[in-house]
Structure formats: structure tokens, C-alpha cells
Ligand binder design. Structure first.
Ligand code: 5GP
Ligand code: MN
Length: 341
């Protein structure tokens, strides 16, 4: 994977020229969003820059151990401070999103601010008026791209154990523990380099993957038992979590993480959706697919969403049954592709 020299040079000039940097990421930040923003922020701080990570809302609890999380501003919770920093920033980094619309109202501010934007992201088809873009869908994660960018910029000597841990977190969360989207041998060279910073791999895995509450595990059981439907004629399945299920199991942010991947272990399932009900008739959907079935295109067509080929998301303003019926219509439209992927 080769990053464009012109972009690297341009980013270098911008970092040298300016002083105040906001580093932003998408709504409902995941491990890649949190890990990559914190890692970049920490490097810029060592260059004596005024840096602030700003996320639209909070991340799940299983990411809060990452050192640097405590300094993050949340646009929904620390709105005034976050807005002030976005206004005073000379430059805004856009990490792990391909379109400011993924940040909702915070995205509008970023667009209107008219400041130099630097996008570092691995989603397809970026729609962002950035001064420089490191946009590479072959990268497993934005964390991988941040690592590559930092080394190209000559900042490798500034990587610390904490930064390596944050980047490693981004890589393993976006690849489900180096399972999905992780066939590039170069990735393992990067992982090997990160391991040399003496990061505690076992601790990180434990923090991320082995932190279920009893209620979360029980909810998973309930969803698999009662809220999981398979359509053999489409090689597809869906699951759902209603508000009632959430109430019954003390649902916390992040509790549905990983659930949507489980049905892919069924031999004949090519596409799986997880519907999560929110108040005010809002349904969020996660999609996972196998092989070359475009989950992102399916989500864009029916649920105003997008994402990666095999991992996508979207939303719809409707009741749960209505959303599920839209999904079923989608399966009919995609029947041929679902049966041939
Ligand atoms: P997850 O299912 O883990 O929440 O999301 C999987 C992927 O789908 C994310 O990495 C992101 O790229 C994409 N995604 C999730 N929600 C949305 C959405 O509402 N809109 C778009 N465009 N992409 C989404
Ligand atoms: Mn990512």
C-alpha cells in the first residue's frame, strides 16, 4: 500500500505551519475511531501543538481504559467547549469517516467552518472537501492508516507504548481480532512493530472482548433464541433488539457490539442484519456480509446508510416491524446476488 507523496508532503506542511488541531471522528465511536484519534493527538502534542480530540458522543465502556480517553471532548455532553475548540482550531482532522454527515450536527459545523480538513479514513467513496486525503479502502482500519501516515511523516520515534496500544486497539476492533479484512501481509509487519513497544496484548484483548456483564450475555441468548430469523431462500437472516428487551436486560451502550457477527457462523448465511430500536421510532441497523456481497450498497439502497463491503450500517425512521419489512423487500431485490455471492 502506497500513500500519495503529495498528500504526505501537504500534511507535513500543514502540521508545521499551524498550531491548533481538532481531531474528529464519527458518531457512536468504535475502537478504531477512539484508538486512531487518541494516537494522532498524542503525536501532535509531542510536537507542542494545541490538540483536542472531539467525538459527537461517547464510546462504549470497553474503550474507556485507553490512555487519553479522559481528555476527549464529547460534542453532545461538552457542547460549548467542543464548539469553542472547533471554532478556534486552525485545522480539523477527520478520522474514520468518509462524510461529515456521519457526525450529524457536529458535521455541519465542520463543513461550515471552512478550515483546512485532513481526512484519514478507510471507507469507500469519500464525500468530503478535504485539503488532503489519506483514503485507502485496502487498509483494515484508520489506525493502520494513521500508523502509516505517522511513519511517512517521520514521527515513528514519537510512538510510545500508549500510542501503540491505541493503534493496536483500532486494528483489532475493526478486524474482529485480525479475522476480517486482514489478509495483507504488511498489516502483520505493522502489528509486529506495534508489539515492539511492549504493549500488553492480553490486557487489551481482555478489556475489549471479555467484558460482558451477565445481563449482556443473557440478552445475547434471548436475541439468538427468540429474535433471530433465517431465510434460506435468500441466504440471509436478521436479529432485533427491542426497547422492551433493552429495559429487561439493563442495556448499556456497546452491549450489542459483536452480536451481528454471530449469524455469519451459520454456513448458509451471506447477509445478516441487526435491528436496534431507539426511542421516537428510530431504528438503527448493522449489516454484516460474507465474500463479495455488498452490505454497504444494500444499506445505502434501503436504510440511508453505507460503510464497508462486509460491514455496514444505516437507519430508518419507522417501527421495528416496518423496518423488518423494508429489509425483506431488500432481500427480494437482491435475491440473485444473495444466491450467487
Ligand atoms: P457497526 O455495525 O459496527 O455499527 O458499523 C459497521 C460499519 O458500518 C461502520 O464501520 C461504518 O462504516 C458503517 N456505518 C454504521 N452506521 C452507519 C450509518 O448510519 N451510515 C453510514 N454511511 N455508515 C454507517
Ligand atoms: Mn474504522
Amino acid at each position: 500500500m502506497k500513500l500519495r507523496t503529495a498528500d504526505i508532503k501537504g500534511i507535513q506542511e500543514i502540521i508545521e505551519q499551524y498550531q491548533v488541531f481538532a481531531i474528529t471522528t464519527h458518531t457512536n465511536p468504535d475502537g478504531d475511531a477512539v484508538g486512531s484519534t487518541i494516537a494522532l493527538a498524542s503525536i501532535l502534542q509531542q510536537l507542542d501543538k494545541d490538540v483536542q480530540v472531539i467525538m459527537p458522543n461517547d464510546c462504549p465502556i470497553f474503550l474507556k481504559w485507553i490512555r487519553g480517553y479522559e481528555n476527549i471532548l464529547l460534542f453532545d455532553k461538552h457542547n460549548k467547549q467542543a464548539k469553542e475548540f472547533l471554532n478556534k482550531a486552525d485545522v480539523i482532522f477527520c478520522l474514520d469517516y468518509n462524510n461529515p454527515s456521519r457526525l450529524e450536527t457536529m458535521g455541519d459545523i465542520i463543513i461550515k467552518n471552512n478550515k483546512p480538513l485532513i481526512l484519514i479514513d478507510h471507507h469507500p467513496e469519500p464525500i468530503c472537501d478535504a485539503t488532503h486525503m489519506i483514503s485507502e479502502t485496502k487498509a483494515c482500519s484508520t489506525a493502520e492508516l494513521v500508523y502509516r501516515t505517522l511513519t511517512h511523516l517521520g514521527y515513528e520515534h514519537l510512538i510510545t507504548q500508549d500510542i501503540a496500544s491505541a493503534l493496536y486497539t483500532g486494528i483489532i476492533t475493526d478486524t474482529g481480532g485480525l479475522i476480517h479484512n486482514s489478509g495483507n501481509p504488511e498489516l502483520y509487519e505493522i502489528v509486529a512493530k506495534l508489539m515492539r513497544y511492549d504493549i500488553d496484548k492480553d490486557f487489551i484483548h481482555d478489556q475489549i472482548f471479555n467484558v460482558y456483564s451477565y445481563e449482556r450475555m443473557k440478552l445475547m441468548g434471548l436475541v439468538l433464541k427468540d429474535n433471530f430469523e433465517f431465510f434460506p431462500e435468500y441466504n440471509a437472516a436478521f436479529m432485533y433488539i427491542s426497547i422492551e428487551n433493552q429495559k429487561a436486560h439493563n442495556f448499556q451502550l456497546g452491549d450489542s457490539e459483536g452480536l451481528v457477527n454471530l449469524p455469519l457462523a451459520v454456513k448458509d448465511i451471506t447477509l445478516c442484519a441487526l435491528f436496534t430500536e431507539y426511542p421516537n421510532k428510530m431504528i438503527k441497523i448493522s449489516f454484516r456480509s460474507k465474500r463479495d456481497f455488498p452490505a454497504n450498497q444494500f444499506s445505502a439502497d434501503f436504510f440511508n446508510g453505507g460503510g464497508h463491503l462486509n460491514a455496514a450500517g444505516g437507519r430508518i425512521e419507522s417501527s421495528l416491524p416496518e423496518a423488518i419489512s423494508v429489509f425483506k423487500k431488500g432481500l427480494e431485490t437482491y435475491k440473485t446476488l444473495l444466491n450467487n455471492s
